[in-house]
Design a protein around this ligand. Structure first.
Ligand code: NDP
Ligand code: MG
Length: 377
């Protein structure tokens, strides 16, 4: 039995992970679950999966949940609670499926104990990639990507040597506005941006896909996960989302990983690594797909992609500013407080106003985030 905790079990990745657990109930056991405030859903999950510990981030909601539960399940709250779930000694693997940089501290603490991580929460590596990867090396914790592009690269690297990598090629769907001009983007509304063509995901990442900040964050995630300079990470738009990403080798060979766009595939891979599990999921039929197309991203239209390259090239605390400002402004866009194109412009302003700290500690990063959230909100 592999023992699992899921941070963010009520979200898109969290619920799909629980579906995978349910399909293989004799192989996985749930130790801990967490949510922000959706106690109705987590209550159902508790009944079905019987965890020993549950964190509800929102203190009021945590109290409400306690009153609804008669059993001896431990209910905890706040970041300390997330850390408690993530660092439970019974965990073989922690799935980090919370959204935003709130995932950083619990992921770091689990890694310190050598617990393996199935990493969906890319914001952790964007804000503190160097610290996280160093700690994982020290403790022996394996970081297994759940992000489909990174799972594809991970799989395309198996059996090959790091020094033989020429470059990584990340594919991007282009998001909700692939066929719109910049002019047309001026007046788009959250409901338009939330219509992703290929993937059903949480609200924040769906907006990030429409601006292509998501791909920018993934470039930074790939740099840290695979130890590759960003100059050697390319992005190509591939609207069908069949090729999930590729590795080009020094001999010009390119190895790609393909599959239907279904997040359960990278989740299953991460949870079972190094083994491949037999399943009955729908198979890819290329004769039905017929054509795979590729385009260069327009960096004027998808400005956040170039902001992400700029942030990671500058390094230090600049990616923290990129990520935190993006979290704040995506939220404002979703609340109809700013326009779609303002997200990129305001993130750029925040970057322009920042004095970089080189080699920040975890404390520096957390302090900077706190300051930025006060200043920009
Ligand atoms: P969702 O918005 O669907 O789910 C987020 C989860 O985190 C929910 O369980 C939510 O609880 C919880 N949560 C939200 N805010 C907080 C908070 N402040 N403190 C604690 N918990 C919180 O997100 P996704 O599942 O789409 O994404 C999760 C992560 O995975 C993101 O980092 C995303 O970039 C990454 N990812 C997602 C993919 C996808 O297909 N969805 C693909 C690749 C990566 P509640 O339900 O109570 O609000
Ligand atoms: Mg992705």
């Amino acid at each position: 039995m592999k023992k699992i905790s899921i941070l963010g079990s009520t979200g898109s990745i969290g619920t799909q992970t629980l579906e995978v657990v349910k399909e293989n109930i004799n192989e996985f056991e749930i130790v801990g679950l967490t949510c922000n405030s959706n106690i109705e859903l987590i209550l159902n999950q508790i009944k079905e999966f019987n965890p020993k510990i549950v964190c509800v981030m929102n203190e009021e909601k945590a109290k409400e949940l306690k009153e609804l539960i008669s059993s001896n399940i431990e209910i905890v709250t706040n970041v300390d609670g997330l850390v408690k779930v993530a660092t439970d000694r019974e965990n073989d693997i922690v799935v980090t499926a919370v959204v935003g940089s709130i995932g950083l501290v619990p992921t770091y603490e689990a890694i310190k104990l050598g617990i393996d991580i199935a990493l969906a929460n890319k914001e952790t590596l964007v804000t503190a990639g160097e610290i996280i990867m160093k700690e994982a090396k020290k403790s022996g914790s394996k970081i297994l990507p759940v992000d489909s592009e990174h799972s594809a690269i991970f799989q395309s690297l198996l059996g090959n040597k790091h020094k033989e990598i020429d470059k990584l090629i990340l594919t991007a769907s282009g998001g909700a506005f692939l066929n719109k001009t910049i002019e047309e983007l001026k007046n788009v509304k959250p409901k338009d941006a939330l219509k992703h063509p290929n993937w059903e995901m949480g609200r924040k990442i769906t907006i990030d896909s429409a601006t292509m900040m998501n791909k920018g964050l993934e470039v930074i995630e790939a740099k840290w996960l695979f130890d590759i300079d960003v100059e050697n990470i390319d992005v190509v738009i591939h609207p069908q989302s069949i090729i999930h990403s590729m590795v080009q080798y020094v001999d010009s060979s390119v190895i790609a990983q393909m599959g239907l766009p279904d997040m359960k595939l990278p989740i299953v891979f991460a949870l079972n690594y190094p083994f491949r599990k037999i399943n009955e999921y729908k198979r890819l039929d290329l004769t039905k797909i017929q054509s795979l197309t590729f385009y260069k991203p327009d960096l004027d239209k998808y400005k956040p992609l170039s902001l992400a390259y700029r942030a990671i090239k500058i390094g230090g605390t600049m990616p923290v500013v990129l990520n935190t400002a993006n979290e704040i402004y995506v939220n404002k866009f979703l609340n109809d407080e700013i326009g779609f194109l303002d997200i990129a412009n305001l993130v750029e302003d925040a970057m322009n106003n920042h004095n970089v700290i080189e080699n920040p500690s975890l404390e520096d990063i957390l302090m900077l985030e706190k300051i930025l959230r006060k200043k920009l909100s």
